[in-house]
Design a protein around this ligand. Structure first.
Ligand code: PNS
Length: 159
């Protein structure tokens, strides 16, 4: 495929996200990682901070770019001419929500196909909210987030 979009809140980016982005970069000529607003989440990091973290962790991937969009994913994919929306599926618990989003995006006129990559087994349990919970109580998150953003996340949690 030519152009894949990896959308998400990335609040913050985790090793699970990076795993999916890296694998998408092997499948597509070009990948746009797009930081978006999830209406039901209240982000800890600003849009710019989330983009900066993503830029750092994807710096070694020449076909990956970071973008942000405050609007509908369906509109974004049409605007950039994406072939696919690539998302990670962790477990059956993700399925219903992701299936719902994929169908809604199609209903909203997204021309891109939604493609699900199965998360690597060791990332099954990982999520940004889990990272924030562990970091909030000074737990070790070094196995959960890329090294390039570890200090940033720890500092942010300290307020
Ligand atoms: O990392 P997340 O929070 O699971 O990502 C969800 C996200 C940001 C991809 C989703 O909320 C989204 O697409 N937001 C943009 C607004 C939109 O298009 N909403 C309808 C999607 S069904």
């Amino acid at each position: 495929m030519k152009l894949a979009v990896c959308p998400g809140s990335f609040d913050p980016v985790t090793n699970g996200h990076l795993d999916i982005i890296r694998r998408a970069a092997k499948l597509a000529d070009r990948v746009l990682v797009v930081v978006m607003t999830n209406a039901i989440k209240n982000p800890l990091f600003s849009m710019e901070e989330r983009m900066e973290m993503l830029r750092r962790v994807t710096a070694d991937l020449p076909n990956v770019e970071v973008d942000a969009f405050d609007g509908l994913l369906a509109d974004y994919t049409r605007q950039v001419g994406a072939d696919a929306i690539v998302k990670g599926l962790r477990a059956t618990s993700d399925f219903e929500y992701e299936f719902q989003m994929a169908l809604t995006n199609r209903q909203l006129g997204a021309t891109a196909e939604t493609v699900f990559l199965t998360t690597s087994a060791e990332m099954m349990f990982l999520s940004s909210s889990l990272v924030k919970q562990v970091a909030a109580y000074n737990g070790d998150i070094s196995e959960f987030v890329p090294a390039e953003v570890l200090d940033l996340v720890i500092q942010k949690m300290k307020g």
